[in-house]
Design a binder for this molecule. Structure first.
Ligand SMILES: [Zn+2]
Ligand SMILES: [Zn+2]
Length: 169
């Protein structure tokens, strides 16, 4: 009984997780899921297409073609291939393409929240460093109240500009 208190714990006990025992299935099951997603919209499963979709899936902010191409450079996919696949994914409704005022198209995975509705989440653009980030849908609501144009109901993208957390410091 008292043995448990012997030696006075100096901090949180080290978790007894087998070190380095990474699941070999996790990477494979991610790819499997992406394949099913592509099949679901009638796109052929090609290695670059899966790689591009995987990058978009993992990203937490919209990425430019250049940024995605750079990430996939080591995998051996050239910029033209990456671009073509970004367009394919956008046309198939799996990705969104947007211009945040700097004339650079950025791509992001179309999340289920946006499916079939006009409720796209707003974006924050830093006026200092140009970083674009996604905001939660509920953070900013556009209301078509009296006095505003009817077109407010079909808003494509809401952008908020300011200083990002890094630049504000
Ligand atoms: Zn910034
Ligand atoms: Zn976004």
């Amino acid at each position: 009984m008292a043995a448990a208190f012997r030696g006075r714990a100096k901090g949180p006990a080290a978790p007894s997780v087998a070190a380095g025992a990474s699941e070999p299935s996790s990477g494979a099951s991610i790819v499997q899921g992406l394949r099913e997603t592509l099949r679901g919209v009638g796109l052929r499963n090609t290695a670059p297409r899966i790689a591009v979709l995987r990058e978009l899936d993992a990203a937490t902010a919209p990425l430019s073609h250049g940024e995605i191409a750079e990430k996939l450079q080591d995998a051996g996919f050239d910029r033209a291939t990456v671009y073509r696949n970004l367009i394919d994914l956008t046309e198939a409704g799996l990705a969104l393409r947007s211009d945040h005022g700097d004339h650079i198209w950025r791509f992001e995975r179309k999340r289920p929240e946006a499916a079939g509705t006009n409720h796209k989440h707003p974006h924050f653009v830093c006026v200092e460093c140009g970083t674009v980030s996604c905001l939660p849908t509920a953070s900013i609501q556009v209301a078509a109240v009296a006095g505003t144009p009817k077109s407010l109901r079909s808003v494509v993208d809401v952008q908020v500009k300011g200083h990002c957390d890094t630049c504000a410091d």
